[in-house]
Design a protein around this ligand. Sequence first.
Ligand code: NFE
Length: 478
Amino acid sequence: MATITVMDPVTRIEGHMKVEVEVDTVGGVRQIVDAKCTGTLFRGFEKLLEGRNPLDAVVITQRICGVCPISHGMAAALALDEAGGISVPSNARILRNLTLGANFVQSHILHFYLLAALDYIPAPNVSPWSSAWQVDIRSDSRLANVGSNLTKAFEARRRAHELGAVFGGKMPLSHTFIPGGFTAVPSREKIAQARSHLRWLTEFIQTAYIPDVKTVGEVYMDYFSVGAGSRNLLAYGVFPEDNGGMSKLLQGGVAENASRNVDPVVDLWSITEAVTHSWYKEATNGLNPSAGDTQAVFPKTGAYSWLKAPRYMNQPFEVGPLARMWVSGLYQNGVSVMDRHVARAEEALHIALAMDRWLDELQEGDPVFDLPDLPLKNGEGVGLTEAPRGALGHWVKLENGVIRHYQIITPTCWNASPRDDFEVPGPMEQALIGTPVQDGEHPIEALRVVHSFDPCLSCAVHVIRPSKKPVVLAAGLR
Ligand code: NFE
């Protein structure tokens, strides 16, 4: 007999999400046969930017999310750099990389220890932890190490924020990203301070984070075969290593069906957003973000999410650390729940080691910005970068010194997207379908699949309904 379980809200994620799974027996195996992921919160950012000073984009878009604000600061700065035809000096490129790198390390450690680990180990019997469903929590003495590092992870996050604040001024939100460069200067003292935090964090990643993820992978080996999803992987690439941005620490690219042959993301016009199953006006279906619009329609027949459905060449693509590490040729073991965790941990080390090198490359006394003529008047730009959770793009159009049009596609929008106009489910929905489930009432296996993508719904929904009258919108709970 088929059962339907609704998890609302999904906990230990960022933002507001509902996941509905239908469980049935197929070929003698109890498993998820259908899944719907819903972004349940309606927010406002893109419309908020229209008519504002272009420089506001860097500050305001960081408020989309407290976990990955630096990525939005970076994407906005890159979009404005392009709109203004500005190139940034080496120091600025490196300082941007260092501040973003600290944010990645912070976010990855947060995800494993504070959001995902409790799907696999018993929770400590103290606040703020509370146990997950006690289904399939395996008893293995090796897991004790993971538990003992849960509290140390708080210190690691604090350290990573302090590292980001050395040049970023403060964390989690930084005011140092500007078109044309960066507003802090490197000094010998700051470099030494950053290096001290970085060395501590690198050791934590090497001696705790990576071994702990590998331990969970050994005890839950079967999760290397669960939750593959679309197997299409996409990254824009991040951390430019030269001022032209041609070479990046993590390269961009697309790998269809987890192919080891990686193609470049050549055609930005092939990025579109479907809204057939999203609460937006159908006339805006299939638009490229440079022309995209966000007009809410609620209720709407067939719609079940505030997320749009981004597609590349009409296909759903998974984004995130696994996609980045895959297209860069640094991790190509497989596409699964556990591969996402391992790739994320290995990426954290890869970035931390590069940050040590970038500290050496900073030049005290060299410029940190190439100031553009302000205000930026007219132009168009696309800021493509990566957030901890995957590919992030900001599309901006300036007219007469103000922002005329702004669109953002976040990583979680790619991963947790609803079905598109061809009825093709999003990557997370595809990853859920086929997942074996022991207890249909408490499908912890579904949570493990969802958590492996590290979803952030705050990032994924960011539109407003421009109305003076407050409008109450509910997500249509069953
Ligand atoms: Ni709110 Fe974000 C990241 C972005 S996710 S965390 O990483 O952009 O969609």
